[in-house]
Design a protein around this ligand. Structure first.
Ligand code: 5GP
Ligand code: ZN
Length: 139
């Protein structure tokens, strides 16, 4: 199976690595939203967030947090977005679980404008009940 992120982990493909330990690696995204746009990934191949073992949650988020400090202090970013696309419908293009850390600047002009919807009468409660019952059925 061909996976560009596994190739980066194995140093078969070049990347600008920012941080690395036994289980996690972080590197610059090759096509940044803004300079300093970084990716944080588990070294083991998991296709998406649902496959990620919970014992990696803390380590991955703590690397994301360190990078956030890195872009604020190192690049004078004014803010940042933390993002994880999961599934083709959500825009995932590399099927090796990853988190984006995107530095934001007051002057960058991005709006992340979405076409926001409104709930119909009673729909909000009905949707909440569906999610809660699915969550409550988890082991
Ligand atoms: P996704 O679209 O799956 O959420 O994000 C995948 C990200 O991986 C994209 O932002 C894309 O620019 C980045 N990417 C794809 N191929 C490479 C590569 O070979 N090297 C690096 N550094 N980033 C890559
Ligand atoms: Zn992979």
């Amino acid at each position: 199976m061909q996976c560009i992120f596994c190739d980066i982990v194995k140093k078969r493909s070049k990347a600008e690595i920012l941080f690395e330990d036994d289980s996690i690696i972080s590197f610059l995204d090759i096509n940044p939203f803004n300079v300093g746009h970084s990716l944080v990934i588990p070294k083991t191949h998991y296709e998406n967030f649902l496959e990620l073992p919970p014992d990696l949650f803390g380590g991955i988020l703590s690397v994301v947090q360190r990078l956030a400090i890195g872009v604020i202090n190192g690049l004078q970013a004014d803010g940042y977005n933390i993002l994880s696309n999961n599934g083709r419908a959500a825009g995932q293009s590399v099927f090796h679980c990853h988190f984006h850390l995107i530095p934001r600047f007051n002057t960058d002009g991005y709006k992340f404008k979405m076409d926001l919807k409104k709930y119909g009468n009673g729909e909000m409660n009905m949707i909440a009940e569906k999610i809660k019952s699915a969550i409550n059925n988890l082991a």
